[in-house]
Design a protein around this ligand. Sequence first.
Ligand SMILES: Cc1cc2nc3c(=O)[nH]c(=O)nc-3n(C[C@H](O)[C@H](O)[C@H](O)COP(=O)(O)OP(=O)(O)OC[C@H]3O[C@@H](n4cnc5c(N)ncnc54)[C@H](O)[C@@H]3O)c2cc1C
Ligand code: SF4
Ligand code: SF4
Ligand code: SF4
Length: 395
Amino acid sequence: MAKESFTDLQREVLAPGLCTTCGTCIGACPVGCLAYDAAQEQPALAGECTSCGICSAVCPGKDIPLAALEEKLFGRRRSPAEEHLGVYNDILQGFATDPELRTQGASGGAVTALLLHALESGQIEAAVVADMDPERPWRSKAVLARTPEEIIRAAKSKYVLCPNNMALAEAEPGERLALVGLPCHVHGIRKMQDHAGADKLGTQVVLVLGLYCGCNSSYRATEHVLADNTDIALDDIAVFEYRGGPEAQDTRVVTKDGTELIIPNAVRSFSTLAMSHDRCRMCCDWTAELADLSLGDIFDPRVPGVWRKVPDWNSFLVRNQAGADLLAGARRAGVLELSPLSEESFYGNIGFELKKHAAIFNYLTRRERGWPAPIYDMEFTWRARRKRVYDLPEE
Ligand SMILES: Cc1cc2nc3c(=O)[nH]c(=O)nc-3n(C[C@H](O)[C@H](O)[C@H](O)COP(=O)(O)OP(=O)(O)OC[C@H]3O[C@@H](n4cnc5c(N)ncnc54)[C@H](O)[C@@H]3O)c2cc1C
Ligand code: SF4
Ligand code: SF4
Ligand code: SF4
């Protein structure tokens, strides 16, 4: 049977709208013939395809063998109680002990603190992260960060699609890497690690830090927010932070003449959520269920405001020994503060609603009607979970 080529990826993933913009195909292509089409936010052919079939095999746009990979990675499939969070051994809350990393991080700065610890202790030599594009600072850029400065510069969440996994193409042979990514990036790296032909590069990734992801949007949604709420011309933007301002919660824009503008988080997120990427609305993994360690926010109904997010705290789902060892080492080094957190706290998180109710409902409806939808090897339900949230952290 003829091996698949980029034309197959185009027909089966790009044309039906199943591309997640994870960048895995670009990072894995052994001849480097794929480029990122930043306007369309998807891969494009930029050289001669040798029909090796790797891009189709590692692509998580259409096929996500969650259950099979879970079994391979964790030695078991999720229990019925783990239906919505995936396999985990421990649930914790905490934050980076460095006050600057903590307050400047999207949540408690734990991702950046863990990457710095892994780099400084020699566990990794580089990390795949998402930074802002210096030429178009409201858009993202996949970066292979080799220095603490590059890791720190990439802190904070970018609520915009980013092809993180394409940065794998920049890795030197044998270089030990961490990968920070949303669930779709994590699916891509796990498929690479599982595929002969891409597993050599895949297994250079020794740490997979997954972020919870409720939803994501095109840069075009950001441009719409700017046009709807400001008079700023895109060419005048010098700095753009989705999570900026005094407490790293609001969207902060600085123009080339130094004028600073804050767009409240509620204004930015209502618009970007409303204009979310179509593929994200059928994505059923919320907490990066195949990561070594998953990290997100904590939401609590007693926190005032629209979102009820607890500022400067992370929640953690520890899924395997690599995740547990990384956390234990960071705690011993005094880099992180950690304490227990209960599972109930997860069900008040906006991402839980967006993924485990809305996206699953949408995905099942699409499957029922025969519309394009990804293929998962497990059944999903969008059953209700009682929202009891007791875990307001005490300091
Ligand atoms: C699109 C998106 C949706 C999210 N949805 C939820 C949710 O529903 N519920 C929840 O609890 N948490 C959600 N999070 C996770 C949360 O916002 C924080 O990223 C997470 O808690 C880690 O915080 P931190 O302070 O430890 O990270 P930091 O120390 O600030 O580091 C953030 C890291 O995230 C990476 N990153 C930032 N943006 C992206 C991106 N677009 N794609 C890939 N990598 C990126 C950066 O490379 C950086 O290394 C979401 C994040 C994103 C980007
Ligand atoms: S990975 Fe292989 S099939 Fe895909 S574009 Fe590159 S050469 Fe072609
Ligand atoms: S590997 Fe990722 S970026 Fe490439 S086509 Fe598939 S989903 Fe899109
Ligand atoms: S919703 Fe899913 S597909 Fe969209 S960015 Fe998040 S993890 Fe990727």
